[in-house]
Design a protein around this ligand. Sequence first.
Ligand SMILES: Cc1cc2nc3c(=O)[nH]c(=O)nc-3n(C[C@H](O)[C@H](O)[C@H](O)COP(=O)(O)OP(=O)(O)OC[C@H]3O[C@@H](n4cnc5c(N)ncnc54)[C@H](O)[C@@H]3O)c2cc1C
Length: 310
Amino acid sequence: MKENDYDALIAGTGPAGLTAALYGQRMGLRTVVFGDLPGGSTYMIENLANFPGLMPETSGTQFGTMTFQQVSQEGAHFTMSLVESLQVTNGDGGRRRFMVRDAAGKEYTAPAAIIATGRTPKQLAVGNAQMRGVHFCSICDGPLYRGKEAVLAVVGGGNPAAQHALTLARIAREVFLVCRSANPGMDDAHKRQLAGQPNVTLMTGTEVVGLQGKDLLEALVVKTVDGGTKDIPVEGMFQAIGWNPNTGFLDMAVDATAEGYLKTDASLMTSCPGLFAAGDVRETDMWQVLTSCADGARAAKHVVDYLADS
Ligand SMILES: Cc1cc2nc3c(=O)[nH]c(=O)nc-3n(C[C@H](O)[C@H](O)[C@H](O)COP(=O)(O)OP(=O)(O)OC[C@H]3O[C@@H](n4cnc5c(N)ncnc54)[C@H](O)[C@@H]3O)c2cc1C
């Protein structure tokens, strides 16, 4: 076997990619995994909810570290380097192979590949959203405001926005949860938790249309339900307004939704034979650690079946 030639290339070190490597290795595949953080997006989770058997005080970082160690012990090879490009090539004897070029410029090949690269949060389309005080992750950046009696805002209306607000409520004097929709998409459990937080104000039907401040955020400019605008002075703003699936490295045409999520069949194979997708990056109806792990396990199983049949 050639150096850097594997049975499966796995892009992403989040729950989906790590579980795909775990199951793949245990089913006899030689896997190589590309990515940055052990555990992927789970580093943003302060208390990992909805994972059977894990106590709620388990953090996403603990989960990611433990899973990474578990998969390493099974012999998966980690490059800790991102995929720069993934393309289909013709290998020896004209057999179809996938080739990854990673950020270090190294090339890796395999007859199958699993995309498990998750999704990246969207940014507000306001001019100066790069200034200090603008954030995405309350777990990572919330502690910057500890002990400062800060007034903070979270923008968004889904469960991640609610979680950010709950995390920040323990740090800040006041938190505004600014939601464009009149009916926030968060589940009832989050609504109940927010209602129990006296220092969180949910502002529905309110849209952020601008930011005040030069290098440092000073206030949100919002459009209110009655059509007027007003400033809300804040020291920090956390965005939770949607996602872009991470697929920009794909050097081939693969069927995707209008938002860019990869479409898969019942075996999690994309429209490109031998290319599978797992976790948040694929078209699905739940974006959770558990469902991403399940996807990773199933994708590995279907890679084994695919290789046996081809
Ligand atoms: C604030 C917050 C709280 C959450 N709380 C919970 C919770 O309590 N319970 C729960 O079940 N879920 C929760 N989630 C959702 C959960 O984190 C995701 O559903 C899960 O991490 C998705 O796993 P994944 O492996 O598909 O993708 P990810 O975890 O996003 O991992 C994908 C990885 O691929 C990497 N990547 C991107 N591009 C490339 C590339 N070119 N090459 C290689 N790697 C690449 C990314 O950097 C990332 O590390 C939360 C999410 C957020 C943001």
